[in-house]
Every structure is written in C-alpha cells, then in structure tokens.
Design a protein around this ligand. Structure first.
Ligand SMILES: Nc1ncnc2c1ncn2[C@@H]1O[C@H](COP(=O)(O)OP(=O)(O)O)[C@@H](O)[C@H]1O
Ligand SMILES: O=P(O)(O)OC[C@H]1O[C@](O)(COP(=O)(O)O)[C@@H](O)[C@@H]1O
Ligand SMILES: [Mg+2]
Length: 323
C-alpha cells in the first residue's frame, strides 16, 4: 500500500478532526502518501482529492465539525455510484480508504470492501447507534452539550414551575436521550425503543406536580413515536391533566457542533491511528472504535446492518431515580 485517502461522511461529529489528523500523520509516518477527500462519498465520486501533509492538519485537533466537509450522498447507495468512486480512486493511484462515519457510511464502506477495495472504518456518529461498540466518536461531546442545555433549562423550569419537553437527537436510537436523562436527572425519558403512551407521560407529570416538584423535565428522543412537537400537541388540550404549564425545546444541531471533549479527541486520535494500521497490516474491511475500555477493531461484516440495543437496566434505573 502506497497511497491512502481519508473521508468523513454522514452527520459530522466532534472528534472527526482529531481522527483526520491522526490518519494523516500516522499514514505519513508509515511511509504512505495521504489524500483527503472533500465532502464524503460525494467528493469520492467526483474525484475531489486533496494531498495532505503533516502541516495540513496543524491546529485542528480541538475543532468541531470536519475540515474535509461531510455529505449525505444518495448516489453512493447505487452500485453505479460506488463503481465510479472506485474508478476515481484507481485513477488517482489510491489503494486504501479510511471512512470516518456512522452506520450509513460504514454500510457504504462494507460494500466497497465487498467490491474488493481495501477500506478501514472509524466508528463516528453522535447517535451511538453502531452495533458492537460501546461508544462512537462524538457521543461524549454531544452528551455533554445536551446535558449543559438541560441544566440551563432546569433552572428556568424551576423558577416558573413548568414542565419542559426537551428533544435530543439520535435518529432512531435512544442512547443520547437516555444518557442525557440519567445524567441530567430528568423526570421522564421517552425513547424510540419503547412504545410510550403520551397519556402515561401526562400522568407521570401530574404525579410529579402533586408531589410538589418545582419542575419536571421530559427528555424525548427525536425518533420516538411521539417526538416533542407531537407530545406537546397531544398535551395542548389536556393542560389540566399535566398540572404544570408546558414548554418545549428542540436541542437540534447544537448537539453536533462545538469543541470535542478530551475523550473524543483521544478516541479520534487512537481510532484514526488504528484505521491506518489496519490498512497497512492488510486487515481490510475492519472498523476501529471504543469497546471495553480501549480502541478495538471489529469486522465491518459483524457491525453493519444490526441494531444496537439499549441497556434495559438503565431504562428502569432512570425510572427509579425520577422520584
Ligand atoms: N445502504 C447504503 N448503501 C450504500 N451507501 C450508504 C448506505 N447507507 C448510507 N450510505 C452512504 O453513507 C452516507 C452517510 O450515511 P448516513 O446514514 O446519512 O450517516 P451516518 O454514516 O452518520 O450514519 C449516505 O449519504 C450514503 O452516501
Ligand atoms: O444534519 P441532518 O441532515 O439534519 O440530519 C440529522 C440527523 O443526523 C444526526 O445528527 C446524526 O446522524 P448520523 O450520524 O447518522 O449522520 C441524527 O441524530 C439526526 O437524526
Ligand atoms: Mg447514522
């Protein structure tokens, strides 16, 4: 292997820049030429390769987002699109690819691997929905950001004796919501993995009100059957059942931006380094991520296409603690 490329794909995640920096510098230290691909798979298909030097990644370790840019690329979902991507890499003499991204991106990288192109992944998404890993790159920062917002909401909720519906990201995975609720001391958490009746949520709020709580926080995952807006709409005509006056905050992309935590910088750094080693050592079709207290590689075949379960114990713990 002489020349590798690195791209970031899907929703950006804090720590991606640390991973890019690590891929570039470890790759160069291994004697490889390293190219960055702009805008994820869209840039791969269009041949947007930029030669990287040790200097091109100077000063980026603490930056949120991704200096390479990211994209969602429908064309890459087609075999034709993936063939074009491989042709572009061959035309540029690239013989290995590091894909920094989440479940969708790694589905794409597995398909490249099956087409015979050497790939290595870095498990990266704020959703923490990748099967097989304990934590993906960006989750720690996103969780801390959501938590900071929740703390701010709680103080104003308490002053006004209100209940808040706080919606957090995670696509169809409830991990961020559950952990935000647990770490933020929320009264109720609503995740996509459990079908929650909004009337049951109203009852819980009412009980909290009658117990004399000064506020109540419901953390709602965006992918739940009733997201925050749907839940608020459901409660609109039932204010008396809830007790508290109600407000809603959708945290949205705030959770995806900002400076990566120490954990995410270190995870990006170590997983990026491992991805390069995987390519160099010929362990193609693997993905590096955080598992059991260290960075480990798993075969993409074992990771892609499976659903990461939520820990049921933590769901019941959140319920017990919400007294
Ligand atoms: N089933 C698939 N087959 C091929 N490529 C895919 C597939 N799913 C996603 N991708 C590619 O990966 C990109 C990012 O996926 P997405 O699900 O949006 O983000 P993430 O990788 O963060 O989960 C998509 O825009 C598409 O180009
Ligand atoms: O940025 P967009 O395109 O609005 O997408 C929002 C989605 O991206 C995420 O922030 C991250 O998801 P991915 O890591 O799968 O890209 C989800 O939590 C959210 O549902
Ligand atoms: Mg995803």
């Amino acid at each position: 292997m002489k020349r590798i490329a690195v791209l970031t794909s899907g929703g950006d995640a804090p720590g991606m820049n640390a991973a890019i920096r690590s891929v570039v510098r470890v790759g160069i230290a291994e004697g490889l030429e390293v190219y960055g691909v702009e805008q994820g798979y869209a840039g791969l298909i269009a041949g947007r390769f930029v030669p990287m030097t040790v200097r091109s990644v100077g000063g980026i370790i603490g930056l949120g987002g991704t200096v390479l840019g990211s994209a969602r690329c429908p064309e890459f979902r087609t075999e034709e699109g993936r063939r074009k991507a491989i042709e572009q890499m061959q035309a540029h003499g690239i013989d290995g690819l590091v894909v920094i991204g989440g479940g969708g991106s790694q589905t794409g990288s597995l398909l490249l691997h099956r087409m015979g192109f050497p790939v290595a992944g870095v498990a990266s998404t704020i959703d923490n929905d990748l099967y097989g890993f304990d934590l993906t790159l960006g989750v720690d920062t996103a969780l801390n950001t959501a938590l900071e917002s929740l703390d701010r909401i709680r103080s104003t909720a308490s002053s006004h004796h209100r209940a808040f519906l706080v919606e957090v990201m995670g696509r169809d995975c409830g991990y961020l919501a559950l952990m935000t609720a647990l770490a933020g001391g929320a009264e109720v958490v609503v995740v996509p993995e459990v079908d929650v009746d909004p009337d049951a949520v109203a009852r819980e709020l009412r009980e909290a009100y009658e117990r004399g709580k000064s506020h109540a926080i419901v953390v709602v995952a965006e992918g739940a059957r009733y997201n925050a807006a749907a839940m608020a709409e459901h409660f609109r005509e039932r204010r008396d059942e809830v007790g508290f006056e109600l407000r809603m905050t959708v945290l949205g992309h705030v959770q995806r931006g900002g400076t990566p935590t120490a954990f995410d910088r270190l995870l990006g750094t170590r997983a990026g380094a491992m991805a390069v080693k995987l390519l160099v050592e010929g362990r193609h079709g693997h993905i590096a991520g955080w598992l059991e207290g260290k960075v480990q590689a798993l075969p993409l075949e074992e990771v892609v296409g499976k659903k990461r379960p939520l820990e049921p114990d933590l769901l019941s713990l959140a319920e017990v603690l919400a007294q």
